[in-house]
Structure formats: C-alpha cells, structure tokens
Design a binder for this molecule. Structure first.
Ligand code: FAD
Length: 378
C-alpha cells in the first residue's frame, strides 16, 4: 500500500544483511558488546546509514518511507541492543547535524557517520537531569575560538566506542531556553574520559557509558546552529529519536507473537496443544489488534512527515503505546512459554529484558503523556 517494489527490494537487502551479518552473532555480542566500527562500516558500505541524508555528504537522499523500511527491519534483530546502536547513529545523534550543521560539520562528521567510519553518540542525559533536560549542568564556556566543556553525561549509548558526541551543554546562566548549545564533540580531545561502562538489565549487546569532561576545548566551529539554539534543536532531534522506536516495535511485537504461536502449537498441556486454549488465543488476538493500531499510527506519522507537518503529538502517542505494548507482549509471551520462557536459551527472555527500556529511554511514558496533554491544549 505504502511501499513500492523499490522499497521492497531495499527491504530485502536489509533483511539479507540482518540474517547473515547480525542475527548469527547476536549471542556473542550479548556476551561482549557489538563492535560498532566493524558493523557500521559494513552498513555504511551498503548505504544503510544515511538513507534520508544529502548525497553530497554520502547519503542516499531517499524519503521517510525508505527510512521506515530500515527501521522496521531492525525490529527483526534477535535483540534490541544492536538496533538501538544503529538508531543512535541514524536517528538520534545525526539529524541535528544534517538539519542545522555547517558545511564543515556535515562534510566531516555527517559524512563519517553515513560511511560508517565514525561512530556517533547522543549526549544529553546527566546524573541529575534526565526527564528534565532543562536541568542539565554541563557547561560550555566560550573562550576565543573554543568552548571549554566541563561536566558529565550518563546512560550514553555507544558511549565507549563513539568517535564523536552530539552534546547538549549550557552556554549561559540566563533563564529560558536560549541558554544552551548543541556541539559536536570529538572523543579524542584531551580531558574527555569514559568514566564507566554501565551494566544493564537488557540491551546487553549495546554499550552504555558514563562520560566525564574536564576542560575539554571544542572548536567554536563545532557548534550546531547558533549559540542560543541548542535546546530547541535538540527538542526537534528528539522527534527523530522517538519516531525511530515505532517501526521496529510493531515488527518485533509481530515476531514475538509468531514465535509464541509456534511454541503453543507444539506444546501439549492437559492433552491438547496450548494454542487451543481460548484464554491464550484471545490474549494474543488482543495484542495483534493493538499492534495493528500502532502500525497504522506509525504509517500515519510517516504520511504527516512526508507532508512536512508537525507530528510531535502523534509521535509521543506512538512512543507511549510502543513502550507499553512491547513490555506487555514480551512479558505475556514469556508467560506462555512457561519455564522455557525463563531460560536464556529462549529468545523471548532477551526480548523481555530488552523491552523494558522503551518506556524509559528517549523520554519516559510520563513525559510522553505531558507532551500529549500540552499539545492537546490542556
Ligand atoms: C539503556 C539506556 C540508554 C540510554 N541512552 C541514552 C543516550 O544515548 N543519550 C542520552 O542522552 N540519554 C540516554 N538515556 C537516558 C534516558 O533518556 C533517560 O534515562 C530518560 O530520559 C529518563 O531520565 P532519568 O533516567 O533521569 O529518569 P528521571 O528523570 O529521574 O525520572 C524517573 C522516572 O520518573 C517518572 N517521571 C519523569 N517525569 C515525570 C513527570 N513529569 N510526571 C510523573 N512522572 C515522571 C518516569 O517514570 C521516569 O522514568 C538512556 C537510558 C538508558 C537506561
């Protein structure tokens, strides 16, 4: 309906890559973290990392439907950790550079991220500021041709392997939203430290880090947009981040349900396959119905984006549903697997661990509800 033969051919190429180069290695990467330079170089060579970006900087110059195809296929990965790492590179740390960066920043950092030569991370959250982004304390003080950055960031995905960070910092103590700058911060600068690699419940293939900045001198030319624009630019960038969660979620939910139905067909309990039990069939049918709503909302958002409309409310609604449905289905499917569901050898156990992050990361459910209320006029 929305996807042409060319979209489907692109889908096939992403699928082949995931089947051959990702899923067979997921168990290994869950143990010791995905090597991002290796993975991103392969993805960059295949043209997967710059789908919407300008061909002038190595991108494919395609539309949101192609981006949706890529993001949907990421949902087939056997674990959300690698998909998250990829989405950081394509939808969380680079949209602001593409939309507001100078030619210099695009040529050096966007081009590097698209080709897979550079690993990117988005650095907003701090130990004392997550949901309340306005409360960040990391400072960037202008000193001639440089900004000196001091502070710390935490929960940063790709943080131990990143070549550059897209980092939000306070540039003045003035009240209001115009006291922030969004910077490209190379991680090879003196004073940058990875203070800790964090140990997580799920997304174990993805690396997440606490970062420390001790008088890091960043060239003023690394500022994205104008000095007072960082907060607003990052709020726009969050829309790409939150949208990126939706296509993969409806696909992952479908996969979880399919793998559970396969199990229920062959598992005989009280003399009959479990799939014949009405209570289980109806639970699965309810999830499929809500998942179809999520899928259609996702496509509605893509249509809005294609028409240049502001989809902030719809994206927030989508993220809210996606996080809740993913966690409910992962937990409910694990239950249907019985004891086998609690074994690490069963894939549903990984989905159960990974799913919990969706209602927290990139803006918690409660933050999504606040945005939905505000954009609905109350
Ligand atoms: C695995 C992982 C990866 C991440 N990757 C990144 C990354 O790459 N870059 C980055 O910058 N950040 C990243 N984050 C941070 C993530 O975006 C934050 O954890 C999230 O925004 C919530 O912030 P917080 O943890 O400080 O929770 P807090 O702000 O302390 O909130 C705690 C809880 O309070 C509730 N709450 C919040 N606001 C309200 C409200 N208004 N009303 C009622 N209840 C509320 C919510 O349930 C929330 O989860 C990551 C986090 C995790 C766990």
């Amino acid at each position: 309906m929305y996807f042409t033969e060319t979209h489907e051919a692109f889908r096939e190429s992403v699928k082949r890559f995931i089947d051959k180069d990702v899923n067979p290695r997921m168990d290994e990467w869950e143990e010791k973290t995905v090597p991002l330079h290796d993975l991103f170089k392969k993805m960059g060579d295949l043209g997967f990392l710059g789908i919407r970006y300008d061909p002038k900087y190595g991108g494919q110059g395609l539309d949101y439907w192609y981006e949706t195809v890529l993001l949907e296929e990421l949902g087939h990965m056997h674990g959300m950790g690698v998909a998250t790492a990829v989405a950081v590179q394509t939808n969380m740390a680079t949209p602001a550079i593409a939309a507001h960066g100078s030619d210099y920043l695009k040529d050096k950092y966007l081009r590097g991220a698209i080709s897979g030569d550079l690993v990117a991370a988005i650095a907003v959250t701090e130990p004392d500021a997550g949901s309340d982004v306005f409360a960040i304390k990391t400072k960037a003080v202008k000193d001639g041709d440089y900004y000196t950055i001091n502070g710390s960031k935490t929960f940063i995905t790709n943080g131990t392997q990143a070549d550059f960070l897209t980092l939000l910092a306070r540039t003045s103590e003035e009240p209001g939203y115009h006291s922030f700058g969004l910077f490209v911060v190379p991680t090879n600068l003196p004073g940058f430290h990875v203070s800790k690699k964090l140990d997580k419940v799920g997304l174990r293939s993805s690396d997440t880090a606490e970062l420390f900045f001790d008088n890091v001198a960043v060239p003023a030319s690394n500022l994205i947009g104008g000095e007072g624009e960082g907060f607003i630019i990052q709020m726009k960038q969050f829309q790409h981040e939150r949208f990126a969660i939706l296509p993969g979620t409806h696909v992952a939910v479908t996969d979880m349900i399919n793998m559970t139905v396969d199990y229920l067909r062959q598992r005989v309990v009280f003399g009959k396959p479990l799939v014949t039990k009405q209570v289980l069939r109806h639970r699965l049918a309810g999830w499929l119905t809500r998942n179809e709503c999520l899928k259609q909302l996702t496509y509605h958002i893509v249509r809005m984006k294609m028409e240049g409309q502001d989809a902030t409310k719809e994206i927030s609604m989508g993220k809210l549903i996606a996080g809740q449905l993913m966690a409910e289905v992962a937990s409910g499917c694990l239950q249907m697997f019985g004891g086998m569901g609690f074994m690490n050898e069963t894939l549903i156990s990984r989905h159960f661990r990974d799913s919990r992050i969706l209602s927290i990361g990139g803006g918690a459910d409660e933050v999504m509800c606040e945005i939905i209320a505000r954009t609905s006029g109350f």
